[in-house]
Design a protein. Sequence first.
Length: 399
Amino acid sequence: MNNKTQTPLAERLRPDSLEKFFGQEELLGKDSFLKEAIEKGKVPSLILWGPPGSGKTTLANIIAHKTKADFIQLSAVSSGIKELRDIIERAHQNSRLGTPTILFLDEIHRWNKAQQDALLPHVEHGLITIIGATTENPSFEVNSALLSRSRVFVLERLSEEDILAILNQALNDKEKGLGDLKLSIDQKSLDLIAHLSNGDARSALNTLEICANQNNPITPELIKKVVQKSHLQYDKGGEEHYNIISALHKSLRGGDAHAGLYWLARMLEAGEDPLYIARRLLRFAAEDVGVADNFATVLANSVFESCQKLGMPECNVHLSQLVIYLANTKKSVAAYMAYGKAAQDAKDHGNLGVPLHLRNAPTKLMKVLDYGKGYKYTPLEDSSEQEYFPEELKGKKYF
C-alpha cells in the first residue's frame, strides 16, 4: 500500500502556500496583517479560532513552510507537561544556534490552566512563539495572560462555494488527489457533499474519499448512505450551545415563533437534553412574559413535567407548543426588574429591622416589647394606611 493510499485525502491536499488556500478572504486579503506576517515568515504568537475544517491547521502548515523557525506541532489532546518540557529544552538549544522556535498547539482549549501557565513564561520571554488552534471561544478557554500576549484571528465556516472549489481540486489533482480514478460525479452530487459538510472542508473531502472507495459513479443516494445524516454542529459544553439557546430566547422575546421553532429543533436534533431547554423556557416564562400573562408560567411548568415523564422524542411537541405560545403572548419584565431593584436595596441597606407591628409575639416578653402591637388584620379591618417597609424604605416603589 503506497503513501497516497495510506494518507487521508484531506491531509494529502493540505496546501503549503496562501495561493492554494481557499476561504477566509477577509482574514487573508490583500495587505492584511496576517497575510503579510505569513509571507514574510515573521509570525507573532497567535490564536486561530474557528469551526472544524475552516483552515486553522492548514494555516499553521503554511506558516511552517514559510518560516525559518523550528516548527513543532503538538496536539493538546495527547500531550502535557512532559512534552512541553522537552520542547522547552529544544527551544533553548535552538536559541543558542540562533534559530527561533514556533510551537503549534492544536486544540489548545484542551490544556488546563496549569499546563497553559507552564507555557506562559517561555512565550513571554520570546523563547517560544505559540500558534494555538481552537474551536472554542478563547476568552473562556485560554488563560487571560497567555491570551494578552497573542493575536486572536477568527476563521469563519467555509462557504459552499469554497467547499466546491476544494472538491473540484481533489477530483482534478492526479498527483495528490483523485484525478487518476476518473470518477463520475455530477454537479448535483457535488452540491450535496458541499451542503452536508456544514462548512467543514475536512468533512467534505472525507465524504468524497469514502464515496470514491465504494462506488463509481458517485450518486446522491451513495452520498446520503455514507453521511447517514447531516451532522449538526452543537457542542453541549461549548460556545455554540450558548449561542443557540441565546438565539432561542431572543427569537421568543421578539415574537418570532418560526425562528424559535428552528432554534429549538437545532438543539433537540443535535441531542440536547430536553430538560435543559424546558428549564430555560420556564425561566423565560417568568422573566420575559411575567405578569403580562401569568398562565405562561403554569404552561411552562406543565411542559417541564411532561419532558420529565416522556423524554425525547415524544416531548418535542410539548416544547414546540410552549415555544409558539411564549413567542406569541404579551411580554413584561416588570417582575424581573422589580426583583432586581429590591435585591439592590437589600444589599445597599443591610439588615434593616422588621417594624415592630409586623413581628410575631409568641412569648410574653415579646408582647412586653411591643412585638405585633398595632398590627391591623386586613380581612377584618381597614389596613390601607399600614406600612410594611422598614422606616428607611418607607413608600418605596419597585414597579
